[in-house]
Ligand binder design. Sequence first.
Ligand SMILES: NC(=O)c1ccc[n+]([C@@H]2O[C@H](COP(=O)([O-])OP(=O)(O)OC[C@H]3O[C@@H](n4cnc5c(N)ncnc54)[C@H](O)[C@@H]3O)[C@@H](O)[C@H]2O)c1
Length: 121
Amino acid sequence: MPTIPISAPARLDGKIALVTGAAGGIGRATALALAEAGATVVATDIADHAEFESDKIIYRRYDVTSRDETRSIIAETKAEHGAIDALILCAGTISHKHLVDSTDEEWRSILDVNLMGVVNP
Ligand SMILES: NC(=O)c1ccc[n+]([C@@H]2O[C@H](COP(=O)([O-])OP(=O)(O)OC[C@H]3O[C@@H](n4cnc5c(N)ncnc54)[C@H](O)[C@@H]3O)[C@@H](O)[C@H]2O)c1
């Protein structure tokens, strides 16, 4: 059976990454992986607090639906770290309701996070 060569993971020392939705799920796993690879990570989420056992990760509360908060987090990160080399947008939400049972408000809320949360930055 042929073997598949796996190259060593890239090192990201000196790079700055901003990750949204980083209090849990894919965002948290991504923030930890980036820090493990050497990047400084600004991990963000709508949650007030999130714990990371890495001194390469700085946590900031940030609601991706807010344009004002988007401008602030980007400006603060650039001012504190000089640049943003990678922007990784994992914040997301889902509804388990049937389409016909969802209210306009619920649709707007989902689109605000899942669509505008990617457009805003
Ligand atoms: N996990 C999967 O297999 C999978 C597959 C396909 C798509 N997705 C989608 O990818 C996205 C991330 O998945 P996940 O499993 O990590 O979900 P998750 O629910 O574990 O994490 C999403 C994170 O986004 C944060 N968030 C929600 N609204 C926010 C807001 N307004 N501002 C900032 N942060 C906010 C939540 O607090 C949470 O920490 C979701 O939209 C999910 O539906 C997930």
